[in-house]
Design a protein around this ligand. Structure first.
Ligand code: GAL
Length: 856
C-alpha cells in the first residue's frame, strides 16, 4: 500500500556561482552527483555565532544524489516529498525539470512519472536561497535570518493511483450530548464503483505512544469504528461520537494530551448482500487505500472574555519562538526541535507558543501535541506586502500551512496576516477565506501593531510594545478598548523584545530590569479579563540582519540565550508554575557589591514559587520574607511596576540588615530602626544628598541618641555598602510553612566549574542523523550562575559523533553550548569539556542505527 523511504542521506552539495539560467543548464548537464557529501537536514552554510550577514547563505546551490527506485507495485504512483527547502527549489530528474516550489517554510510534493522499479536516476535540486525572491517574507527588511538549505527531511513516497487525495478529520460539538467527528475528503476513486461498492472505514484508536500498559485498562482506550458508503468527492461528513460522559474517548487537554490515531480505509466490495465479513469486520474484499494521522479531540475557542479550552478558561502564557539555532540556522533534526517544546512547558512553565513568523518543524509541533502546549502558527512574513504575484504566493502559503498542519491538536489559531503589515482588505479577505474553508474548526488571527486596524479575523492579535518603563504608574499593556472596537477574542501576540534588549552578560541591573519588565507586563495581561493571554518577545536570542540587533547580528531579546540557557527573565516564568511541578528559585542578584552603585545591594528580587524566603547573612538569620512583605519602595531602583496580577509575584527583599544592629551592635530596637533607616537613606540618596526627613533623623540620632557620624560610616561599610569590610555571603532558603524546599548561597567566592546538561545520551539514527543538545553554564561551588565568566571552553569528541560549530568557544554570560551529531555509525561516543584548560566533565553517548526504510 502506501510506503515512504527517507532520502536524507547520500546527497552531494555545491555552490553554483552562476545565473539562474546558467545554473539550470549546468544541472541539466551533470551526469552524476557532485560536490561535498552531506546529509539532511542541511544548511547551505554554517555560520558563526554572531557577526555575519545574509551573504553567508544567499546564493544558488545544487543538491544531487542517485535515486534508486525501490520495488513497488506498478499501479502505485511515486512522489517526492520535501518538508522544507529555503526558499525556491527547482527539481530535476535525469536533467529533466519535474517541478518547483516557492517558499521556504512549508512542504511540497512532486509526482514522479514513468520511473520503473529498480531503475537508477539522478535527482538534483537547484536551490535558490537569496532574499530577493518574490514571495513572503522577502521584499523589504526582515528581523530574522532566513537561512537556506534542504533544512528539513526529504522522502520518496508511494500511494495507489486510485487514492485518498486529501482529508481532514476534526471533532465538533464535543462538549454536547451529540459530539461529532467531521470528515472532509477528496479522493480519486473511480472505476470499481460501477460494480460493487466503495466503502469508507474510519477508525479511531489510542495513539501508540500512549497505549502503555498503565493506561490500557483506562477509559478512552477502546477503538471507535465507522463504516459508510464512500461519500462523493469533496463532501464533508459528520460521524457521531458517543457522548464524552460514556467514557469511550477522552479530550485532548493541557494536562492529559490524549491523542488518537485516526485511520481511513477505502474498501472495494463486489457483493454487499450476504458477503462474509473479513478480519476487519467488513463485507467484501479489497483494500484500495489507507491513510493514518494522529489527532486530538478538543474544543479551543477565543471569546470576547478570553480563551477557552474544552469549555474552561485558560490564560495563555507563552513565548514567540524562532526556529533558528547557532551555526546551522534552521537545519535541525527532530531531537532539538522537540527539546524546545519541553523547555517551554517544563523549564519555563508556559502553556503556549507562537511560531513567529512562519510554520515550523512538525517535530516541534508534534512535541507540543504530545505534551500539551498550545500553538499559534502563522504564514511567513514580516511587515512587508509585495505585489500581485507575491500576494498570490502568500495565499498559497496559507493554503499549505492549513492543509499541512491542521491535524495537530495543539494548534489553536491560524495567523493569516503578514506579521505587523498594514491593512489590505483584498489580501486578508482571501487569506481568511482560505483558512476558514480548509479548516472550519479553527479561528483566525493576524498579528498587527496597528490600533483599530481592519478586523477580518476572529481574534485581534496585537503586538503591544506600549510599556517603556518611563512613566510612573504605566500599565504593562494598553487597555483593549484603546486598541480595537472588535468584539471577538483579543490576544497580546508580542511584548517587551526591542523595548529592553538584554544580553546574558549585561550588568545585573539591566538583567533585573529585563526580568521585572517581563513580570510587570505579564501581570498586566493577567489582570485584564478580556485579554486571552500573551506571548513574550521572545523565547531565545536569534541571529538577525544588520538593520536590527546589537550590531553583532543578534537580537538579544530572548529570555534565554541562543543555546537555550536561561537569562534571569526566564526565572519570572518558571516561578509562575505550581510547586507540584518543581521548585523555582532564582535570585535576581549575585550579591556582589561591585555590581551596584555605591555598593548598595538592596532590593533583591527573588523569583520563586515558594511561599517565603528565609535569608541568612554570613550564617545569621536576617529575616523571613513573604509576598505580603513586598513593598513598592523599589520604585527608585527599577521604576514603578506592579506584579500583583501574577500568581507568584517576585519576593522583594528590601532589608538585608535585619536585626543585626540590635543583636550584633547592642542597640535598642528603636535606635536600631532609626539607624537602619538612615543608613538606607544614605545608600539610596548619597550622604551629600540626604532628603529632609533623613537629615532630621540624623540630627535626632546625634543629639538624643549619642550617635556619632563615624559610627554611621562604620556601620554603613559593615551592613549596607560593605565597602571596607570582609565580603558577606547570603543564603536564601525557599520555604513552605516550616519546610525548606531548596536554598542557594550567594556572594561568596569560589572557583568556577561548568555545570553540563544534555537532553539525551542515547542517540538513534533512524530517518536521518540524530543530535543531542548540550548546554553548559559556569557556576560557583553552590551551583549559582557566574554571569561574567568569559573563559574559553574546549570540546573534544571521540567515537562516532561530531560537534557542530567550533570546538572552542568563549562563554557568554557564563553560558554556552554545543550540538553533538551522530555520524552514521553505531558505538559509543564521548564528549569532553574543559574550561580554561581544566577538565570539567565528559558525556558518553550510545549511538544505535535503526534500520528504517531509507534509500541510502
Ligand atoms: C516586532 C516584530 C518581531 C521582532 C520584535 C522585536 O515588531 O514582530 O519580529 O522584531 O518586534 O521586539
Amino acid at each position: 500500500m502506501r510506503q515512504s523511504w527517507s532520502l536524507n542521506d547520500n546527497w552531494d552539495f555545491e555552490r553554483l556561482d552562476l545565473t539562474v539560467d546558467e545554473a539550470i543548464a549546468s544541472i541539466q548537464a551533470i551526469g552524476k552527483p557532485q560536490g561535498e557529501a552531506v546529509r539532511l537536514p542541511h544548511t547551505v552554510a554554517e555560520t558563526p555565532l554572531n557577526y555575519f550577514t545574509e551573504t553567508a547563505y544567499e546564493g544558488l546551490w545544487c543538491y544531487s544524489r542517485w535515486l534508486e527506485i525501490p520495488e513497488h507495485q506498478v499501479e502505485e504512483q511515486l512522489f517526492l516529498s520535501f518538508e522544507g527547502a529555503g526558499h525556491h527549489a527547482r527539481v530535476f530528474l535525469d536533467g529533466a525539470f519535474i517541478g518547483e516550489h516557492l517558499g521556504g517554510y512549508t512542504a511540497f510534493e512532486l509526482p514522479l512519472v514513468n520511473v520503473r522499479p529498480g531503475g537508477r536516476h539522478l535527482l538534483a535540486v537547484l536551490l535558490d536561497s537569496r532574499e530577493q525572491l518574490d514571495c513572503p517574507p522577502f521584499g523589504h527588511v526582515v528581523d530574522y535570518m532566513t537561512y537556506g538549505g534542504l533544512y528539513r527531511e526529504v522522502w520518496l513516497k508511494s500511494k495507489p493511483r486510485q487514492c485518498i487525495e486529501d482529508f481532514y478529520l476534526w471533532g465538533s460539538e464535543l462538549l454536547t450530548q451529540a459530539p461529532r467527528l467531521n470528515l472532509q475528503l477528496t479522493h480519486q476513486m473511480t472505476c470499481e464503483a460501477a460494480s460493487g461498492q466503495l466503502i469508507l472505514e474510519v477508525t479511531l484508536e489510542v495513539h501508540d505512544a500512549e497505549a502503555t500498559a498503565a493506561t490500557a485498562s483506562k477509559a478512552g482506550t477502546e477503538s471507535l469504528n465507522w463504516q459508510l458508503a464512500l461519500p462523493m468527492s469533496g463532501i464533508t461528513h459528520a460521524l457521531p461520537l458517543p457522548p464524552l460522559s460514556e467514557g469511550h474517548w477522552q479530550l485532548w487537554s493541557l494536562e492529559t494530551p490524549k491523542r488518537y490515531q485516526a485511520t481511513l480505509r477505502i474498501w472495494h466490495s463486489e457483493n454487499l448482500d450476504g458477503a462474509k465479513s473479513n478480519d476487519a469486520g467488513l463485507p467484501g474484499k479489497k483494500l484500495l487505500d489507507q491513510v493514518s494521522v494522529v489527532i486530538g479531540l478538543r474544543e479551543a475557542v477565543f471569546k470576547e472574555d478570553g480563551f477557552y479550552l474544552n469549555g474552561e478558561r485558560v490564560q495563555l502564557v507563552g513565548a514567540n519562538r524562532h526556529q533558528s539555532y547557532p551555526y546551522v540556522g534552521y537545519a535541525m533534526p527532530a531531537g532539538p526541535q522537540r527539546l524546545d517544546a519541553h523547555i517551554l512547558k517544563r523549564e519555563l512553565g508556559m502553556n503556549a507558543v507562537r511560531t513567529a513568523h512562519y510554520p515550523q518543524s512538525h517535530h516541534f509541533i508534534e512535541a507540543c501535541d504530545a505534551i500539551g502546549l498550545l500553538v499559534f502558527t502563522e504564514l511567513p512574513g514580516w511587515q512587508h506586502i509585495g505585489g500581485e504575484a507575491w500576494q498570490s504566493t502568500a495565499v498559497v502559503m496559507v493554503d499549505e500551512m492549513v492543509t499541512q498542519y491542521r491535524h495537530h491538536p495543539s494548534i489553536i489559531l491560524w495567523g493569516v496576516r503578514i506579521n505587523e503589515s498594514l491593512d489590505n482588505t483584498t489580501l486578508y479577505r482571501a487569506t481568511n477565506d482560505r483558512a476558514r474553508q480548509l479548516d472550519p474548526m479553527r479561528q483566525t488571527g493576524g498579528v498587527r501593531y496597528l490600533r483599530n486596524s481592519e478586523l477580518l479575523e476572529d481574534v485581534y492579535t496585537f503586538n503591544d510594545f506600549s510599556y517603556n518603563g518611563i512613566r510612573a504608574g504605566q500599565p504593562g499593556i494598553l487597555p483593549r478598548k484603546k486598541v480595537t472596537k472588535g468584539r471577538g477574542g483579543y490576544l497580546v501576540s508580542e511584548y517587551n523584545g526591542h523595548m529592553f534588549p538584554t544580553k546574558s552578560y549585561d550588568n545585573i541591573r539591566l538583567r533585573t530590569e529585563h526580568a521585572l519588565r517581563h513580570a510587570h507586563v505579564l501581570s498586566s495581561i493577567q489582570q485584564e479579563v478580556n485579554v486571552a493571554g500573551g506571548f513574550c518577545w521572545c523565547l531565545f536570542d536569534y541571529n538577525t540582519h544588520k538593520d536590527f540587533g546589537s550590531g553583532d547580528g543578534i537580537c538579544h531579546h530572548g529570555i534565554m540565550d541562543m543555546f537555550r540557557n536561561p537569562k534571569l527573565a526566564a526565572g519570572v516564568y518558571a516561578s509562575q508554575r505550581p510547586l507540584s511541578e518543581g521548585l523555582a528559585l532564582r535570585v535576581g542578584s549575585e550579591l556582589h557589591i561591585g555590581d551596584y552603585p555605591a555598593g548598595y545591594l538592596e532590593p533583591v528580587y527573588v523569583f520563586t514559587n515558594a511561599q517565603a524566603i528565609r535569608l541568612y547573612k554570613n550564617g545569621r538569620l536576617v529575616g523571613t520574607y513573604t509576598r505580603e512583605d513586598t513593598k513598592d519602595s523599589t520604585k527608585d531602583s527599577y521604576g514603578d511596576k506592579d506584579y500583583s496580577g501574577l500568581k507568584n509575584p517576585p519576593i522583594i527583599l528590601e532589608d538585608l540588615v535585619g536585626d543585626a544592629l540590635e543583636k550584633g551592635e547592642g542597640y535598642s530596637p528603636g535606635k536600631a530602626r532609626r539607624i537602619k533607616a538612615l543608613l538606607r537613606a544614605g545608600a539610596r540618596y548619597g550622604t551629600d544628598h540626604l532628603p529632609m526627613w533623613a537629615l532630621a533623623l540624623a540630627a535626632r540620632l546625634v543629639l538624643l541618641d549619642g550617635f556619632k557620624p563615624s559610627d554611621g560610616m562604620r556601620l554603613y561599610g559593615k551592613y549596607v555598602g560593605n565597602w571596607g569590610d570582609a565580603h558577606s555571603s547570603y543564603t536564601f532558603e525557599a520555604v513552605e510553612g516550616d519546610r525548606v524546599l531548596g536554598q542557594c548561597t550567594l556572594g561568596g567566592a569560589s572557583e568556577p566549574r561548568l555545570e553540563i546538561r544534555v537532553d539525551r545520551t542515547n542517540l538513534v539514527e533512524a530517518d536521518t542523523y540524530d543530535m543531542a543538545c548540550v548546554r553548559f553554564m559556569s557556576v560557583d561551588g553552590g551551583g549559582n550562575p557566574l554571569p561574567y565568566d568569559m573563559e574559553v571552553v574546549e570540546m573534544d569528541v571521540e567515537g562516532p559523533i561530531e560537534i557542530i560549530g567550533p570546538k572552542q568557544i568563549a562563554l557568554r554570560g557564563g553560558m554556552g553550548g554545543t550540538y553533538v551529531r551522530t555520524a552514521g555509525r553505531t558505538g559509543t561516543g564521548r564528549l569532553t569539556l574543559k574550561r580554561g584548560g581544566k577538565y570539567q566533565g565528559a558525556l558518553t553517548f550510545d549511538i544505535c542505527i535503526q534500520e528504517g526504510e531509507a534509500i541510502r
